[in-house]
Ligand binder design. Structure first.
Ligand code: TRP
Length: 451
């Protein structure tokens, strides 16, 4: 058997997992979903969903990955040979491809916004006009399509060329840079006149907003943001050393991901209020707001605004790329390993398929905005299908597998590294994985179906 590679250190493990987790989900998705579901109350729901439902699944996935030392398909085959569990692997091939189809559209928006900032488009207009640029861009038929194509091309290029060299080294610089930038934006954003109302919106919960819908959205966001339910974390965990503490790496990833999202929300929402926008105005929120902040930050010096916003969009692009790659890679690994296809062929076929589906998503903000699937535009439909249903479903399967299919001894042994760590809290985690998390997910599913 060939020797499997390992992550070198605890820091490397958390950095790699956080690299997949931190992406557009934190900076683009969290602020606008939070705005749609009512601010502070949603934050509370989200934190609860992260700790009670998402974190146990994070542990379930890492347990399966490290115990089996293989990808999702292989893991199920190894740990439960000859059973129907391996079909769970199939779900984990389909969902990331659907995810990528619309993720790439948003990735395209970052490409376009990088271009716009490099060409001084944001500094040529008064700050108050900037939010309207997004609507104009997104409703035009061609521009977003070009951008989507460019982003998908980048993703395919990287997957073809290998992830190791360039992109990994690059994102090691880009991610901390992104973090510092958001922190700076946060501080600046709080000084804008009118920002106080945004802070209040984020801190004062309105409990009438705690609805079944909001609960499902919080769960979906937690899964999306932590890259759960499709085997990404499972696969990464298969590279973790046997003496690494799974509880610590899981908690480290979840906390950094949560922190990133909260900082993004506190950077964006106050500025939304300061710019006179509505927090519930949908997927464009961050793209309408950030260039506005950058414009103000420059204090009339175009070069400063341009510099800050360009660095920011490069960093966002890097974060989006590292996440998007992990989505395409799952399918490519499946076709090459299980179907014997060449890497090149597999990459092009899948990237092309996602690109084609992405076209519908992209056009659903413009020419196809009137076409609805179950009351949603294509883009919203895919987003809801993935986040609210497919990812939690995948997570449910993983947690049932660990809680009910694997033996308690096996699970305990893996989680405690052979009774050397975490022996006391194992009982709590196991209880969560067996009862609380699956029941919680099913309740969210049912209320979502019946309401
Ligand atoms: N978590 C990433 C983000 O926040 C997106 C992502 C990458 C993802 N891989 C995933 C989401 C797998 C779900 C499943 O942008």
């Amino acid at each position: 058997m060939k020797q499997r590679e390992h992550f070198g250190s605890r820091f490397a493990v958390i950095a790699a997992m956080a690299g997949s987790a931190v992406g557009l989900g934190n900076i683009w998705r969290f602020p606008y979903i939070l705005g749609e579901y009512g601010g502070a109350a949603f934050i509370l729901l989200y934190v609860a969903a992260c700790l009670l439902l998402a974190l146990p699944i994070f542990y379930a996935e890492s347990l399966i990955g490290r115990a089996s030392r293989s990808d999702t398909f292989g893991a199920m085959k190894k740990l439960a040979p000859g059973t129907a569990w391996r079909w769970a692997g199939l779900l984990t091939v389909v969902s990331p491809l659907l995810l990528l189809s619309y993720y790439s559209v948003v990735g395209g928006w970052s490409v376009e916004y990088l271009f716009k900032s490099l060409s001084f488009s944001f500094t040529d207009v008064p700050a108050d006009d900037i939010p309207h640029l997004f609507g104009r861009f997104i409703s035009s038929p061609w521009q977003p399509l070009f951008a989507h194509t460019a982003f998908m091309g980048l993703v395919a290029g990287v997957v073809l060329g290998g992830v190791k060299g360039g992109i990994e080294k690059f994102s090691k610089v880009a991610m901390p840079a992104l973090f510092l930038l958001i922190l700076a934006i946060l501080v600046y954003s709080l000084t804008l006149p009118g920002a106080g109302r945004g802070v209040e919106y984020l801190l004062k919960p309105d409990f009438s907003k705690v609805t079944a819908d909001a609960g499902a959205a919080a769960l979906g966001q937690a899964f999306f943001s932590l890259s759960l339910g499709v085997g990404t974390i499972l696969t990464y965990a298969s590279y973790i050393k046997k003496d690494e503490n799974l509880m610590v790496s899981g908690l480290g990833t979840a906390v950094s991901d949560l922190l990133f999202a909260l900082i993004a929300a506190f950077a964006v929402i106050p500025a939304v209020f300061a710019a006179g926008l509505q927090p519930g105005s949908g997927p464009g929120l961050v793209f309408e707001t950030l260039p506005y902040i950058f414009h103000k930050m420059g204090q009339g010096v175009p070069l400063v605004s341009t510099l800050v916003s360009s660095v920011f969009f490069v960093a966002i692009l890097a974060a989006a790329l590292t996440s998007a790659i992990s989505m395409l890679e799952v399918g490519v690994a499946f076709l090459t390993d299980e179907r014997g296809m060449k890497r090149r062929t597999a990459t092009w076929i899948l990237a092309f398929g996602c690109w084609a589906v992405g076209i519908l998503c992209s056009l659903s903000f413009g020419p196809l905005s009137h076409v609805k699937v179950l009351g949603y535009t294509f883009f919203d439909f895919l987003d809801h299908l993935c986040s609210d249903w497919l990812l939690p479903l995948g997570g449910l399967i993983f947690t049932l597998f660990v809680g009910w299919k694997m033996s308690k001894k096996e699970v305990r042994n893996e989680f405690t590294n052979g009774e050397t760590v975490n022996t006391r809290i194992f009982g709590v985690i196991y209880f969560l994985m067996r009862f609380v998390t699956p029941v919680g997910i099913v309740i969210v599913f049912l209320t979502n179906l019946l309401m």
